[in-house]
Design a protein around this ligand. Structure first.
Ligand SMILES: Cc1cc2nc3c(=O)[nH]c(=O)nc-3n(C[C@H](O)[C@H](O)[C@H](O)COP(=O)(O)O)c2cc1C
Length: 170
């Protein structure tokens, strides 16, 4: 049986996190399929699912929520772990409060399927990955929130979360 690790990513940061999670699971001897959510049509071949999305406007990407809605009944019958990447966790001066706030962004997912584990990770801000039209708007938001470009992914934290998954997924 295979574990599906699937992701919704606009700039590639979440795809990179999904790849790292898959690598850890494979190193633990599990069989893993890694796919973007748009390429997943049927969950029947998977024993468990790990799904993650970038955060836009305090939410999983629309295609990620659509994925959970579309596969809700299948996901309810198997272990399901969820993760997100965002910038709020990278820039905060109040890490514990921010973590509590960011955890709430998974509530729409929980309303559909309850994850057995949730991973909250800082992501990447790379303006070159944002469309030209949106970039100007985004620069304004960056000033207000004091966001700076950078890769804030905490690989040891991501790998530690992935290493704890097998006991919950199998
Ligand atoms: C249009 C847009 C909106 C975003 N909104 C938020 C947000 O509301 N909160 C947050 O913490 N990060 C936000 N981010 C940051 C992304 O979640 C972060 O850059 C993420 O790692 C991007 O992942 P990706 O490269 O897989 O798309 C936003 C990024 C973009 C481009």
């Amino acid at each position: 049986m295979t574990i599906l690790v699937t992701y919704a990513s606009r700039g590639g940061a979440t795809a990179g996190v999904a790849q790292a999670i898959a690598k850890v699971l494979i190193e633990q001897g599990l069989q893993v399929t890694l796919l973007p959510m748009q390429q997943v049509h049927d969950l029947s071949n998977y024993q468990a699912v790990v799904a993650g999305s970038a955060i836009h406007k305090n939410n999983w990407l629309p295609e990620a929520l659509t994925f959970v809605k579309q596969h809700q009944s299948a996901l309810q019958t198997k272990p399901f772990a969820a993760f997100l990447t965002c910038l709020a966790l990278a820039m905060t001066k109040q890490p514990e409060k921010t973590r509590t706030d960011v955890a709430q962004w998974l509530q729409p997912v929980r309303n559909l399927v309850q994850p057995c584990s949730e991973g909250l990770f800082a992501g990447v801000l790379d303006l070159s990955k944002i469309s030209l039209g949106y970039r100007m708007l985004f620069r304004g938001a960056m000033l207000v929130r004091r966001w700076r470009e950078g890769d804030y992914r905490n690989w040891p934290a991501i790998e530690a979360w992935a290493a704890a998954l097998p006991s919950q997924l199998i």
